[in-house]
Design a protein around this ligand. Structure first.
Ligand code: MEV
Length: 425
């Protein structure tokens, strides 16, 4: 348990970040070495951090690595990925290399369509409410489009209404979905503002009461699909291919396995989403909800073999990412990463992200169906363990190599190896 006496710090949000760090350190009785760590980590980033979040005291660096070998819709791509997990980037490089001969990843999309929900309650005639709202289509379009003239200028704006009467523990509710083309924006701000502007008018017209007015992260009208074909000789033969298919059938039938299988896909997806300053939680929520849209949780990807015996992978998921607004626009690292990608539209970025998810899934399934993941994982993990026990300079590789050669990447063994190396010096 912490010894903290109180979690109240008067005026913390008004302090400059350095003073804030001092105040937190004092209250939490933080050792000076940790204050130094947080100060150093903030270096060069603290003004930005302070603009992005409340009560900023530092920022946390996540490694950015580059996935090579990717071809998306005929275009060669270098893809920045932000992740702390060993093997994730290596797996994408490897999987992408293995499908280069068939042209890499081909994608398609349903377009940048987002929706916000307005919850209408308290009406005894929810179906009547539904119809009353539908009759106001033109007025609703006008109200929504007035909220964001810039979006209109770029060819986006209100597109449609979808109104559902749902059964709840509190009785029926009428849920109004406003459907909006958000172009290169992720769209949360646009659709939330529209929903808030529209709600009072809906109350006026229907006499129902509006409560929530918020986008849905189940962006099922903003779906991106990627597919790729892995030739049999790049997989490792028929047995490996069939075992990979079996791994897929397992994930598609069992939520316990599906959760892990899909986590692997999200390793790739979230790493590119984060590297480009987009909202990882929005993407994750949408991905999992979309996967369970039939009422049960299953594999996000689909796998089959083609007439020549090659492995075909398909990934289809909501991909609500943007290029304008939010951290994407103001975070210089996100901007630098977008420049490596060379993308000019949110649509192009979304297609790349889903392709990376599919590559990641191929890599995980192939590893699991063959040697298991520990072998690849451990090679990188050995370096981390060497660092953890205090190895420095050339000692890191010496300890890591020895751990790998004995096949046991354990901290206690690393300590023994390090002690021996140092005693032999
Ligand atoms: C680890 O981060 C991801 C995997 O567990 C994915 C999977 O099991 O398919 C390897």
């Amino acid at each position: 348990m912490s010894n903290l006496k109180s979690s109240r710090i008067e005026g913390l949000h008004k302090m400059p970040p350095e003073a804030r760090l001092r105040a937190v350190a004092q209250q939490a009785d933080l050792k000076e070495e940790y204050v130094d760590v947080l100060s150093a980590a903030a270096s060069g980033q603290i003004t930005l951090a302070d603009r992005l979040v409340e009560n900023a005291i530092s920022s946390m660096a996540i490694p950015i690595g580059i996935a090579t070998n990717m071809i998306v819709d005929g275009q060669e791509m270098l893809i920045p990925m932000a992740t702390e997990e060993s093997s994730v980037i290596a797996a994408v490089c490897n999987s992408a290399k293995r499908c280069r001969s068939t042209g890499g990843f081909k994608t398609s999309t349903s377009g940048p369509i987002m929706a916000a929900q307005i919850q209408l309650v308290g009406a005894t005639d929810p179906e009547n409410v539904r119809l009353k709202v539908l009759e106001r289509f033109d007025e609703i379009k006008e109200i929504c489009d007035t909220v964001d003239p810039l979006l209109l200028k770029f060819g986006g704006g209100f597109r449609d209404l979808d109104i559902r009467v749902i059964d709840t523990a509190e009785g029926p509710m009428t849920i109004v979905h406003i459907i909006v083309d958000t172009r290169d924006a992720m769209g949360a701000n646009a659709v939330n503002s529209m929903a808030e502007a529209l709600a009072p008018r809906l109350e006026e017209w229907t006499k129902a009461r509006s409560i929530l007015r918020i986008l849905t992260n189940l962006a099922d009208r903003r779906v991106v699909r990627a597919r790729a074909v892995w030739p049999l000789d790049e997989i490792g033969g028929e047995q490996v291919r069939d075992d990979m298919l079996s791994a897929y059938y397992f994930a598609d039938a069992d939520p316990y396995r599906a959760a892990t299988h899909n986590k692997g896909i999200m390793n790739g997806v979230s790493a590119v989403v984060l590297a480009t300053g987009n909202d990882t939680r929005a993407i994750e929520a949408g991905a999992h909800a979309y996967t369970a849209r039939d009422g049960w949780y299953r594999s996000m990807s689909r796998w089959e073999k083609d007439a020549d015996g090659n492995l075909v992978g398909i990934l289809e998921m909501p991909m609500a990412v943007g290029l304008i607004g939010g951290a994407t626009k103001i975070h210089p690292t996100a901007q630098a990463n977008l420049n490596i990608l060379g993308v000019k539209t949110a649509d192009a970025l979304a297609r790349i992200i889903v392709s990376v998810g599919l590559a990641q899934n191929f890599g995980a399934m192939r590893a699991l169906a063959t040697t298991g993941i520990q072998k690849g994982h451990m090679a990188l993990h050995a370096q981390n363990v060497a660092l953890m026990v205090g190895a420095t300079g050339p000692e890191i590789d010496q300890v890591a190599n020895e751990l790998k050669s004995i096949g046991k990447v354990r901290q206690d063994i690393a300590e023994e190896i390090l002690a021996r190396i140092r005693s032999e010096k």
